[in-house]
Ligand binder design. Structure first.
Ligand code: HPA
Length: 273
């Protein structure tokens, strides 16, 4: 793992000579367009970075964008890798650990998710306050790499309290309704059954998806502060009046793009203050 991270760090340093941003953003399904809002300095395709797993899903481009949002320097993953694509969990750690080595201190993770609440329908935005790992995977299984963090580590405030406050502040300033709740990661690639959605509801889950938790685990292990935002693209199976599809995810993300991108811009701009 250390060698893979070393190679990725070298490839990025060869392609980008400036000071590396301290803030990173992972764009979820349908949010790739956020790249158009950034003031981009350098684009590095993942295939230029040895050992970065390649995304295979529609709507996930597979590029690293380095530039600014407002006054904040930002590195953005336009396209992420998921467990269900067959990437082993520990391979998902490479990008986050590469960021850590390059000096990233804060990571904003976004995703598309299904809602467990009728009053948090498609188009809603949910701040992730905590998560449940139901993916059956953990990228930190195996020998611990003490260079990155300790074998056992605390997840009490996995989603950074200060960034949670700042997200709420940005939403208020922009008059955007921001829900908050607990996100669960399942492996996918299928959407849940109605029985699974009923079970998740009883367990106190608010939103369900197929990403984020693995990335949060790797980031917290190496001391990167994490913020999480879910864009709700549908009600969970059984609550939704129609069958679920990836097309619906992308269409609903497109419709809600205006609000979530405004929120992210305001929030990211404020991080360098
Ligand atoms: N379930 C899991 N992942 C998702 C969903 C969902 O309903 N919507 C978008 N991503």
């Amino acid at each position: 793992m250390t060698q893979e991270v070393d190679r990725s760090v070298s490839a990025i340093k060869a392609a980008y000579k400036g000071d590396f941003p301290k803030v990173a953003l992972i764009l979820g399904s349908g949010l790739g367009k956020f790249g158009d809002i950034m003031d981009i300095d350098t684009i590095i395709s993942y295939d230029q970075i040895p050992d970065f797993p390649q995304p295979t899903v529609a709507g996930h481009a597979g590029r690293l964008l380095i530039g600014k949002v407002g006054k904040t320097p930002l590195v953005c993953m336009q396209g992420r890798m998921h467990l269900y694509e067959g990437h082993p969990a520990d391979k998902l750690a490479i990008s986050i650990r590469t960021f850590k080595r390059l000096g990233v201190e804060k990571l904003i993770i976004t995703n598309a998710a299904g809602s467990l609440h009728l009053d948090m329908p498609a188009g809603s935005i949910m701040r992730i306050d905590d998560h449940v790992n139901m993916s059956g995977h953990n990228p930190l299984i195996g020998l611990n790499d003490d260079n990155f963090g300790p074998r056992f580590f605390d997840m009490t405030e996995a989603y950074d309290p200060d960034m949670r406050d700042k997200l709420a502040h940005s939403a208020k300033a922009l008059n955007i309704h921001l829900h908050s709740g607990v996100y669960v990661q399942l492996t996918g690639p299928n959407f849940e059954t109605p029985a699974e959605i009923r079970m998740l509801g009883k367990l106190g889950i608010d939103a369900v998806g197929m990403s984020t938790v693995q990335e949060c685990l790797v980031a917290r292990h190496c001391g990167i502060a994490v913020a999480g935002v879910s864009l709700i693209t549908n009600l969970g199976a059984g609550l939704s009046p129609t069958p679920l599809s990836h097309e619906e995810t992308l269409t609903e993300a497109e419709k809600a793009f205006g609000d979530i991108s405004r929120l992210l811009v305001h929030f990211i701009d404020g991080l360098s203050a």
